[in-house]
Design a protein around this ligand. Sequence first.
Ligand code: HEM
Length: 462
Amino acid sequence: ELHRIPHPPHRLPFLGDVLGADRRTPLQDSMRLARRLGPIFRRKAFGKEFVFVWGARLVADLADESRFAKHVGLGVANLRPVAGDGLFTAYNHEPNWQLAHDVLAPGFSREAMAGYHTMMLDVAARLTDHWDRALAAGRTVDVPGDMTRLTLETIARTGFGHDFGSFERACPHPFVTAMVGALSYAQRLNTVPAPLAPYLLREASRRNAADITHLNDTVDALVRARRAAGGDGRGDLLDRMLETTHPRTGERLSAQNVRRQVITFLVAGHETTSGALSFALYYLARHPRVAARARAEVDRVWGAAATPGYEQVAKLRYVRRVLDESLRLWPTAPAFAREARQDTVLAGEHPMRRGAWALVLTPMLHRDPEVWGPDAERFDPDRFEARAVRARPPHVFKPFGTGARACIGRQFALHEATLVLGLLLRRYELRIDPGYRLKVTERLTLMPEALRLRLERRTPAS
Ligand code: HEM
């Protein structure tokens, strides 16, 4: 029943709607189309037709878990050679999803999170040392680069007791280069017709194979070291993967599956959080009044304590709103796919066959004027005041996806990001070049391009 769904007017045979499309920014292209075509639309490329949905009413219906489930397609499916049946890329029917979910979920409990807090503080101290040195030398700081160093070290340390030495390197760690390569390749695969990919992307696919080998080798070395040490990551994710048996069936994750989970967590656990922190720092630098209010909250809640305790992080309500509002405008994992579990009708209007699927365009859902008002493009953390949140319908804010397959690392990411924003606000004033125009880079996840800030050391209010 696709004929009822609008699409762009000029379509080419075979090439579809690629005219005027920029292959480096497929997401932002889709946002432009969304504005023109409305809450549900089709987009065709290379013989494949994709349905995009972003209207709040339609997305709320797609969130109904009894009729829809996660669809592993496009970007996610392209990551299967890297992450196989790891949590993020597993098909719903694969038994390893439930097994790994049940084994790993306690690794994200409140109790486990409180255990990660001190390690997160250690890594954050490496960031502030790095920034203090830049400040002393009169240099600006590379925000996305440094946030990526921070979040990679945080997940490596809390998850696997590993240190990539990111802050001691001038260039990214080879693991990061390989990972970014694999992510970019997965995105590029969507921009060429599948049968032609081996020819058009011959060189790139060779590099991709090398990247995947590098990822596997890094992870295998890490697991070997842990096994040789006989465990004792003190209950980190890797210990859980190696030692925990399923509470009911007594089953364990296989060695092959552990490798896939480690890669999954190293990748899923840092890119998106790094982007979220980078966008939040961008908005804080652009909105000095918001920054002043957030800073005042940090001073009030943390007082003179040298480092905040675990409980003191969630108390930064306003800082958390800044983060939420940044994730509203630029949800760094900008789309997720939903498929019909059986023949059904979407929102009483669009018939869908079992297995048919649609992509939820999160940045546009987060800008739907019917929910967020005519000024949806404006940055305003007060949209996340408790009263305002209660006044909105459910399923209108989805940076972490939805349902059983929603992000397992949500609390982890929010704790880490709130903690780091608090520490940075307390220590520095953030200055942005007034000529900087926000440009968003895409490599499956989103990142503010070439964002640099100038720091001023602040004397904390006593
Ligand atoms: C799943 C976003 C941080 C691990 C997801 C999904 C989204 C998402 C949208 C669902 C994808 C889909 O439906 O296809 C984010 C954002 C983050 C973040 C925006 C940061 C701001 C993290 C962290 C970890 C993590 C820190 C690990 C420590 C995962 C995993 C899944 C997932 C393993 C797959 C869950 C499953 O299917 O069972 N994330 N994520 N994420 N995320 Fe995150």
